[in-house]
Ligand binder design. Structure first.
Ligand code: ADP
Length: 404
């Protein structure tokens, strides 16, 4: 079997003993115990071989002048997190000479240093090298684990990206599908509505009361279904259409939203207030207007019996974003539904309040397409506080909104 070069490199001990034949003697000694040795001529060669891979360094203290010591120190400190190469320094004077001792201890913070005092028996050096080699093998195991972990993480990331892309595709295909169905349903629905009302208007003499009631029910059901298809169409349009973002004065979008809900405001004798000043945000006027109109419409609709709605609209700066709040004094929302209500067709009060269950999905889609977020804070009976976060327009001054 061919042993990869890196494996052989990583099992060898690098030897640096420039004076005499210590290096070759030690090399032979190690080889007799099955450990490969590699003699280096100087610190430069030792450090370049160290980069290629080794199990340990065995260095004679005489080879460690000030410059070499510094270079070795740097190389040891520059090791990757898994590596702490064992370094055995063979010294004659480490204990007896204070300056030598001081110099060698300078190395200690840089690495895994052991000092072997001469004279020593061959067994002592063999022992020290074997312990070092074994410790080094553990380090290579840690490296292998780390590499494996990185590989798994990279795979996982790739998988998540691929899945997200697939989901995005499926989602947009579904949105496309919903859009085309909603579009095609409108024509037959309108003829159902038309014929049902013709039945009531032109054949009322011929129809008994029960028949007229049935025709009215057909008309009302077709009307409700038309409202759903219309909402699905605006949801689909919002999901598919290109949105160009730019500076939008929130006051303008809010005024337009209030105008759209005027009839309901009057009917409910609601008090709607906007707290000035209102900011300028990074958005699209038509989408922001639709989002605010849907939230305002809900705030008006889900009011408590016998209590006119009080609605407050205000803004709050949050770093790069602006949070727009629409607060009402309505029926509130149980906390376990605060997330769910933003999904298509999720309705909590179906029997008492009319609706399609698509309004908040439109809100979420619209806000997300403008790069923002939406959420709600609420408790049953305590009103609801819907918020949307949109990016602030840098350098734009705040405008002033009127109280309504
Ligand atoms: P719809 O209003 O047509 O029912 P939405 O998607 O707009 O559908 O809202 C989903 C549900 O969230 C509503 O049916 C209602 O139960 C709840 N909801 C939304 N806005 C409010 C609000 N301001 N106060 C209380 N409940 C709300």
């Amino acid at each position: 079997m061919l042993i990869p070069e890196s494996t052989t490199l990583e099992t060898r001990v690098l030897l640096l003993a420039p004076i005499g034949n210590d290096a070759s003697v030690t090399k032979r000694l190690l080889e007799s115990a099955g450990i490969a040795g590699f003699c280096c001529a100087d610190m430069e060669e030792l450090l370049s071989e160290f980069k290629r891979g080794c199990a340990a360094l065995l260095i004679a203290e005489e080879a460690l002048g000030d410059v070499s010591l510094r270079r070795l120190s740097h190389a040891l400190l520059a090791q990757p997190s898994w590596s702490d190469v064992p370094v055995i320094i063979v010294s004659t004077r480490a204990e007896s000479s204070a300056p030598v001792h001081k110099r060698l201890t300078r190395l200690s913070p840089a690495g895994n240093i052991a000092i072997l005092e001469r004279p020593f028996r061959p067994l002592t050096v063999m022992n020290a090298v074997q312990v070092a080699v074994r410790a080094r093998q553990r380090q290579f195991q840690v490296r292998a684990l780390m590499l494996e972990r990185e590989r798994i993480l990279a795979d996982l990331e790739r998988n998540v990206e691929r899945r997200t892309e697939e989901l995005r595709d499926t989602n947009s295909q579904l949105e496309e599908f919903v859009y085309s169905i909603a579009h095609d349903l409108r024509a037959p629905l309108r003829s159902m509505q038309g014929f049902a009302s013709l039945l009531v208007e032109q054949y009322s003499d011929l129809l008994p009361e029960e028949g007229k009631n049935y025709a009215k029910k057909i008309f009302r059901s077709a009307e409700a279904m038309d409202a759903i298809t219309l909402d699905l169409l605006s949801y689909g349009k919002l999901a598919r259409s290109e949105i160009v973002l730019g500076p939008v004065r929130v006051e303008v979008a809010w005024t337009a939203a209030v105008f759209q809900c005027e009839k309901l405001i009057e009917e409910k004798e609601a008090k709607v207030e906007a707290v000035e000043p209102l900011p300028i945000v990074h958005a699209q006027t038509a989408t922001l207007t639709q989002v605010l109109a849907n939230l305002l419409n809900n705030a008006l609709k889900f009011s408590r019996l016998g209590e006119p709605p009080r609605i407050c609209f205000h803004a709050e700066e949050q770093g790069e974003f602006v949070r727009l709040w629409i607060e009402d004094n309505g029926i509130g929302i149980p906390c376990q539904y605060l997330d769910r209500i933003f999904r298509v067709f999720e309705r909590l009060n179906g029997s008492k309040y009319q609706g399609t269950g698509i309004g908040l999905s439109i809100v979420r889609k619209g806000v997300e397409r403008m790069g923002g977020k939406v959420g709600v804070v609420s408790e049953v009976g305590q009103g609801s506080r819907f918020w949307i976060d949109l990016r602030k327009c840098p350098g734009e001054s705040r405008s002033h909104a009127s109280r309504i």
